[in-house]
Design a protein around this ligand. Structure first.
Ligand SMILES: Cc1ncc(COP(=O)(O)O)c(C=O)c1O
Length: 400
């Protein structure tokens, strides 16, 4: 397996006569064995497995086998993972905690907010992943009041945020891209609106991390959550929460654990001394195998360069939208590229059956509501789009 992987990694594809975006796919596609047998278009759910991530898991097993219990190394690896994530979002490693899911990271932040006063509102968009709504509603027992911002079709007009955010708003919790329809929110405008009213902003960037450059300082968000299993190309079990540096000292999460302490090895059962850094939003033993994989996935994204990945994805999503519209299919995502992410959705009246039929054709997709979800990444190319439409045409009675 290792020799196989090395040979593939060293293979240099012919990159002449191609656009920069196509070259991105060509340079990376060979590292993802699934493309030998399938057309993989489901990165919004799970990134494809690369040889790099396979090797990372093998390295984990080898370290465990050869070294026994190398805890120092494993703690160091989690530091490496925090640094890699911080590098991807232009934060400092001290502003990032590793956790086992976005839910765990956001719950830790929620637990640290005080809802006992006048400023107790949580503004949540209708495009959120359920976990986000559930976490904020769980804070109602602690005095929070959740305000939902309703969608109008496949967008949420800015006036609706304007109506929902006021000087009772503690935090605005928004997703960058909606997991149901691919719609992208105007984060800078919402952040500006929230900050003008004195509210904090938490950005769930799970559907954008790895698909475009993300800069927490430029976006001016106060918190950002995301994990590695989708476009960061690794596996379940590792996520991160970013907390703006100057907010950390005054926030005391009640979701504690020995890895969120100032000194992990203090072993104090008589007191809790949270880390002075964002690590206080972490918890217990880190998910070591997932950390090996996560570091490998994030490295792949960094080396492919998020700006180039964004340009490549824009080319492929453009081809999907154009192909769908030309054939009279109904797009559920906005058409304007500034208003959607890497996820393009097409309406189907029997979407579960359609996903099954595509799967039988070797095309891996997924669905939410009545929408077929197509989520290309750096490894997809025009050939995948052609294969997709050949198959969709065979099942078009499920689409129109
Ligand atoms: C936008 C978004 N947020 C959050 C989640 C869930 O994250 P976790 O399971 O790590 O809590 C998902 C998972 O699909 C997602 O798409």
């Amino acid at each position: 397996m290792l020799t196989d992987a090395k040979a593939m990694l060293e293979a240099s594809p012919d990159t002449r006569h191609t656009s920069p975006a196509t070259r991105t796919a060509m340079n990376t596609r060979d590292r993802f064995p699934i493309f030998k047998t399938k057309t993989y278009l489901n990165s919004c759910s799970q990134g494809a497995l690369s040889l790099d991530v396979q090797q990372a898991y093998e390295t984990y097993l080898r370290d465990w086998d050869e070294k026994g219990s190398p805890w120092e190394l494993w703690v160091e690896r989690s530091e490496t993972a925090r640094q890699a994530f911080a590098g991807l979002i232009n934060a400092e490693a001290s502003e990032v905690a590793d956790c086992t899911s976005v839910s765990a990271g956001v719950s830790a932040v929620a637990s640290a907010l005080d809802f006992s006063g006048e400023r107790n509102r949580v503004v949540v968009s209708d495009f959120e992943f359920p976990t986000i709504g559930q976490i904020w509603h769980a804070q109602e027992r602690r005095g929070a009041k959740v305000v939902h911002v309703p969608a109008a079709g496949n967008i949420i007009p800015m006036e609706r945020f304007e109506e929902a955010i006021d000087d009772r708003t503690k935090i605005v919790s928004i997703t960058h891209v909606c997991f149901r329809n691919g719609s992208r929110l105007d984060v800078p405008a919402i952040v500006e609106m929230a900050h003008r009213k004195g509210a904090l902003v938490l950005l769930d960037a799970y559907q954008t991390l790895g698909t475009m450059p993300i800069d927490v300082k430029a976006l001016k968000v106060d918190f950002l959550a995301g994990g590695v299993l989708k476009y960061l190309l690794a596996s379940a079990g590792l996520a991160f929460i970013y907390v703006r540096k100057d907010l950390v000292p005054d926030l005391y999460p009640t979701t504690m654990g020995w890895f969120s302490q100032a000194n992990i090895f203090a072993m104090d059962i008589y007191a809790t001394t949270p880390s002075p850094t964002a690590r206080r939003f972490g918890s217990g033993t880190p998910p070591v195998p997932c950390i090996y994989a996560g570091v490998a996935g994030m490295k792949l994204i960094q080396s492919a360069e998020p700006e180039k990945i964004e340009a490549h994805i824009r080319e492929i999503t453009g081809a999907i939208k154009e192909g769908a519209m030309r054939r009279g299919f109904n797009l559920a995502s906005p058409v304007d590229p500034a208003r959607h992410g890497a996820l393009i959705t097409i309406r189907s009246h029997k979407v579960d059956l359609l996903v099954k039929r595509l799967d039988a054709d070797g095309v891996v997709t997924s669905s939410r509501d009545n929408n077929l979800r197509l989520s290309p990444h750096l490894y997809n190319n025009q050939k995948d789009v052609d294969t997709l439409f050949d198959c969709l045409m065979r099942h078009r009675e499920l689409l129109v």
